[in-house]
Design a protein around this ligand. Structure first.
Ligand code: OGA
Ligand code: MN
Length: 199
């Protein structure tokens, strides 16, 4: 996988880029089918906020259900994992980001106004997430379904629709963002890349 010059430039200047057609139609619809299946039967857990002893579940802050995706052969989610690995390498080579391992999470917003309020995925100075990449798996998305990703940029906000086979890549420490209320089931797969020297 290679990044385009405009993608690398956008990451540097604005802190993000959006790529449509990350996997292509056929692989994308397999990812959607498998993600939906796991959302229905995979025992997803309410997403917590904060870690360790501070952990709470507050659905007014964050209303999605999550599980972790691990690499595996012969599955659509396994092949998505592989594409995220290639994306990480491309970011390291093309944008000199020096990324190491990543975690991959499946998140299901059930609808009914489920949202995730404005937040950052990482804070400067901690050895943690450097890049966030979100893959959307919603083939039938319509504007009335909501669930837009709102990015807070230097010069205002930008809303990104969570449509099938779109990927949004941003610098985890830099961009605040939120998931606006979703009124239909919404599936996203998010990779968080750590720095090469992270534990
Ligand atoms: C997150 C997040 C955004 C999205 O899980 O941290 O911000 O569009 N997700 O799903
Ligand atoms: Mn986030």
């Amino acid at each position: 996988m290679e990044l385009r010059d405009d993608e690398i430039a956008a990451l540097g200047t604005k802190g993000f880029f959006v790529r449509d057609t990350f996997l292509g139609r056929e692989r994308a619809s397999s990812v959607h089918a498998e993600a939906r299946q796991r959302a229905q039967t995979g025992g997803l857990k309410p997403a917590g906020i904060r870690r360790g002893a501070d952990r709470t579940e507050d659905t007014t802050v964050r209303g999605d259900f999550i599980t972790w995706v691990v690499p595996g052969p012969d599955t659509a989610l396994g092949s998505l994992w592989q594409s995220f690995a290639e994306l990480g390498e491309a970011l390291s080579t093309g944008a000199y980001l020096g990324l190491g391992r990543f975690d991959l999470q499946l998140a299901h917003y059930p609808g009914g106004g489920a949202r995730y309020v404005r937040h950052r995925d990482a804070f400067p100075g901690q050895s943690n997430r450097r890049v966030t990449a979100i893959y959307y798996a919603n083939p039938d998305w319509q504007p009335e379904h909501g669930g837009l990703l709102r990015l807070y940029l230097d010069d205002g906000t930008l809303e990104v629709a969570p449509i099938l086979d779109r990927v949004v890549v941003f610098l985890s420490e830099r961009l605040e963002h939120e998931v606006l209320p979703a009124y239909a089931p919404r599936l996203a797969l998010t990779a968080w890349y750590y720095g090469r020297d992270a534990a």
